[in-house]
Ligand binder design. Structure first.
Ligand SMILES: *Cc1c(COP(=O)(O)O)cnc(C)c1O
Length: 423
């Protein structure tokens, strides 16, 4: 039943892409396919479904909202769900982060953060501050401006290299030596820099690379010393993934702007938020209309999405999500660590509800397809990419389902090693 590929799939060479599996329902950590097969989801739909699929509290909130009004424009009108969510997000973040700009995807939330930072400096009459500092292995989205702050070596957007805005990329300064060179780098470029973008503690799509809280704190201190605005991209790390509600809590730092999306609505409806410090907001207040932020996406602050996000926050408040993450971390550590012994495995790393087996080299397309199919045969939905096999399960996953995932990860990596690496 080869489909006609009317749907152009993401990140796929369509000539060789495997036919997508048709999903009919989801419940907890399990996806049910059209042919009746069931798969335990190791990825939680790009780590959005933090409470598992079809959580009754989220469904009810969406249904109730849909009966009242599904959408109303945010130009001059607002819905209480939209207002309430902004207040709750501000309350759950460190003091100072106090103004919420809504959008519908993570990439656009980053675009808005960059636009706000650039315009902030224009208000200060520092128009020359028009570049951004970012890090190797970073990922901030697929739109044109966000592509310019993705890792330039990692390759995904290399095709457009000649069209992308010039930015300043540095390795993550995880050693004293690198910190020194990073400080010089920031000092040199600061006069032309509007802001710095970082995924705090874990760089997700660039390969699930992890750094510690001390490194994050040092980066923020350097940026502050040189008057560079700090933008945290917590689109991956936000909402419990790394063990705290937000990764920034572990380093006890406050960025100037933070971007959220992915798990914001518990994996139900698209929504993103860019939240700025009050002093940035204040810089836009003026008698002069030209000083306004000219940004408004059509579905900004969509009530259906905001209702889902409010319901998701209810669950973070009423359920022991963070202790569930701690349990998952312990279990991942215990069950994935033995993969270190397998030939062709470079490293095993765990942070919160993120478990990664990094291989000694990148997978070829055919190895990647072989692995995906082997996982499906095991009843697991797992999508290795680059040189990693990873899991980012629902924070609500039960131990049996998680054991099913980690068992399959170890087994398939071992088979890959024998079949493709050792021989
Ligand atoms: C997914 C992601 C984005 C982009 O979000 P989209 O909703 O896919 O546009 C940006 N930054 C990080 C860290 C992400 O994980």
């Amino acid at each position: 039943m080869s489909n006609a590929h009317t749907v152009w799939l993401p990140y796929a060479q369509m000539q060789t892409a495997l036919d997508p599996l048709e999903v009919i329902t989801g419940k907890g950590s399990v996806l049910t396919l059209a042919d009746g097969r069931q798969l335990v989801d190791a990825v939680a739909s790009w780590w959005t479904a933090c409470h598992g699929y079809n959580h009754p509290h989220l469904i009810e909130a969406i249904q109730t909202q849909a009966q009242q009004i599904a959408h109303v424009m945010l130009g001059g009108l607002i819905h209480p769900q939209t207002q309430r969510l902004a207040e709750r997000l501000v309350q759950s973040l460190p003091n100072g982060l106090s103004h919420v700009l809504y959008s519908e995807s993570g990439s656009v939330a980053i675009e808005i953060a960059m636009k706000v930072a650039l315009q902030y400096w224009r208000h200060q009459k520092e128009n020359q501050r028009k570049h951004f500092i970012h890090f190797e292995y970073g990922y901030h989205g697929d739109t044109f401006y966000t592509m310019s702050v993705c890792c330039p070596n990692e390759g995904m957007h290399r095709l457009f290299k000649d069209l992308l805005a010039p930015q300043y990329c540095h390795p993550l300064p995880t050693t004293d030596h690198l910190l020194e060179s990073f400080e010089k780098f920031v000092q040199t470029h600061a006069p032309s820099v509007a802001g710095l973008l970082i995924e705090p503690l874990v760089q997700g799509a660039g390969g699930m690379k992890m750094h510690d809280a001390a490194t994050l704190r040092a980066i923020c201190e350097i940026a502050k010393r040189h008057h560079v605005l700090v933008i945290f991209d917590e689109i991956f790390t936000g909402f419990g993934r790394t063990g705290s509600l937000f990764a920034l809590e572990q380093a006890n730092v406050t960025p100037d702007i933070i971007c959220l999306s992915k798990a914001l609505t518990g994996g139900t409806v698209p929504l993103a938020a860019t939240i700025t410090q009050d002093f940035i907001y204040q810089a836009f207040l003026s008698d002069d209309p030209a000083k306004s932020l000219m940004h408004g996406t059509t579905f900004m602050g969509n009530p259906l999405a905001c209702a889902a996000a409010n319901a998701s926050l209810d669950l973070f408040e009423s359920m022991p999500r963070l202790s569930q993450v701690a349990d998952i971390a312990g279990f991942l550590e215990a069950t994935l660590r033995p993969a270190c012994e397998i030939k062709g495995v470079k490293e095993v790393r765990v942070k919160g509800a993120i478990g990664v087996i990094q291989l000694a080299r990148s997978l070829s397309t055919s190895e990647g397809n072989w692995l995906k199919q082997a996982f499906i045969a095991q009843g697991v939905w797992c999508r290795p990419f680059g040189d990693i096999v990873y899991t980012t399960p629902a924070l609500t996953i039960d131990q049996d389902a998680l054991a099913h995932i980690t068992h399959a990860m170890i087994k398939q990596v071992r088979q890959w090693s024998t079949k493709f690496f050792v021989s």
